[in-house]
Design a protein around this ligand. Structure first.
Ligand code: PLP
Ligand code: COI
Length: 353
């Protein structure tokens, strides 16, 4: 597809790597493409980054028709840039779109515009250790009327942000609160879609946890509040008695691409890993009898994040003495090694610009 390009006349100064944090700085341009029923996707354009007009009755402002993705581009030691499994994000975005009655984008087209846009912004991919360019594609319903129905008009955009680590702890263990009041999702709901509303609804519990000194919450299932689901912005894995376990995908949790990659990695390395139901009682028992050896979260923004403490019903449990575990460290090193091109990618996960 033809993409019109309007370059900024005021390029921003690139922030120093030491102050990046997550999602605070944005690159000079953004990608926009519109959809109208009958016409399909059209008017692909790259324009200077900035505010844009939106109709006050736009669907997204009232009914939350919004989905997003998150992936990263990494600078290798030779200066070249690669993305990690972009097609996986595109496929998940289309599944989210189907769930939210938003239009899908043909895979070829999505990959083409994503690659062209990231190429244009590639000077913004930082090179310091642990930094990358976070890529945020998103789509919203954009009908200019108040009726509640699946939309006839939508807008797809991509913005990019040079980032460091997601948590202030970096690779140091985070403290996570097991949430027993609010729930994030139920099967049949939107839990497995990456839609904005899931995050809006999770903020209350997240704020409560933060006030008590925890980074995020670990959600339990929405029906019985009995089974472990996932953390606020990452999937979760445990090493219990030498075996890796992670909640199975049953419709209410996000099918993480980092999760999938770690499971593939473990399989290749012959480390036993199972996707199954994990009850909070089983986890508490494993914490009490010392068989919970390691716990970590995994996600694009958070990478592999060791969990050093879990709190449930007011009781605190240290995991691995509050230190990063051996397997967690190995997974972090291997995954980031592949992402930054320091380790050979024998999986075919990386995608050079
Ligand atoms: N779970 C939630 C709720 C998330 O927001 C994320 C982040 O995208 C993940 C899991 C991990 O998914 P991925 O590894 O694809 O980034
Ligand atoms: C990601 O890991 O890409 C996420 O989307 C997490 C988040 C900041 C919501």
């Amino acid at each position: 597809m033809e993409i019109s390009i309007t370059k900024t006349t005021e390029p921003a100064e690139k922030p120093d790597s030491s102050i990046l944090g997550f999602g605070k700085y944005f690159t000079d341009h953004m990608f926009i493409m519109d959809y109208s029923q009958g016409e399909g996707w059209h008017d692909a354009r790259i324009v200077p980054f900035g505010r844009f007009p939106i109709h006050p009755a736009s669907t997204v402002l009232h009914y939350g028709s919004e989905i997003f993705e998150g992936l990263k581009a990494y600078r290798k030691a030779d200066g070249s840039v690669q993305m990690f499994r972009p097609l996986e994000n595109i496929r998940r975005m289309n599944r989210s779109a189907a769930r939210m009655c938003l239009p899908e984008i043909p895979e070829d087209l999505a990959l083409e515009v994503l690659t062209k846009f990231v190429k244009l912004e590639q000077d913004w991919v930082p090179s310091a250790n642990g930094t990358s360019l976070y890529i945020r594609p998103f789509m919203f319903g954009n009908d200019e009327s108040l009726g509640v129905h699946s939309v006839k008009n939508a807008t797809f955009m991509i913005i990019t942000s040079p980032v460091g680590s997601y948590y202030k702890e970096g690779i140091n263990p985070v403290k996570i609160m097991i949430e027993s009041e609010d729930v994030r999702a139920v099967r049949g709901g939107t839990g497995e879609a990456k839609c904005g509303g899931n995050y809006a609804a999770s903020n209350r519990a997240g704020e409560r946890a933060e006030l008590m000194g925890y980074s995020q919450v670990l959600w339990l299932d929405g029906v019985q509040r009995k089974y472990i689901e996932e953390v606020g912005a990452m999937n979760v894995m445990f090493k219990i008695n030498g075996e890796v376990v992670t909640p199975m995908l049953a419709g209410s949790i996000l099918p993480g691409i980092t999760r999938k990659s770690i499971l593939e990695l473990l399989k290749k390395e012959g480390i036993p890993a199972t996707e199954r139901l994990i009850s909070v009682d089983e986890l508490v028992e494993a914490m009490e009898n010392g068989t919970l050896e390691e716990a970590w979260g995994c996600g694009t923004a958070a990478v592999v994040s060791p969990i050093g403490e879990l709190c449930y019903n007011g009781k605190k449990y240290a995991v691995n003495g509050g230190k990063i575990g051996e397997l967690t460290q190995h997974l972090y090193d291997t995954l980031t090694g592949i992402q930054w091109g320091k380790i050979e990618d024998t999986f075919g996960w990386t995608y050079s610009l």
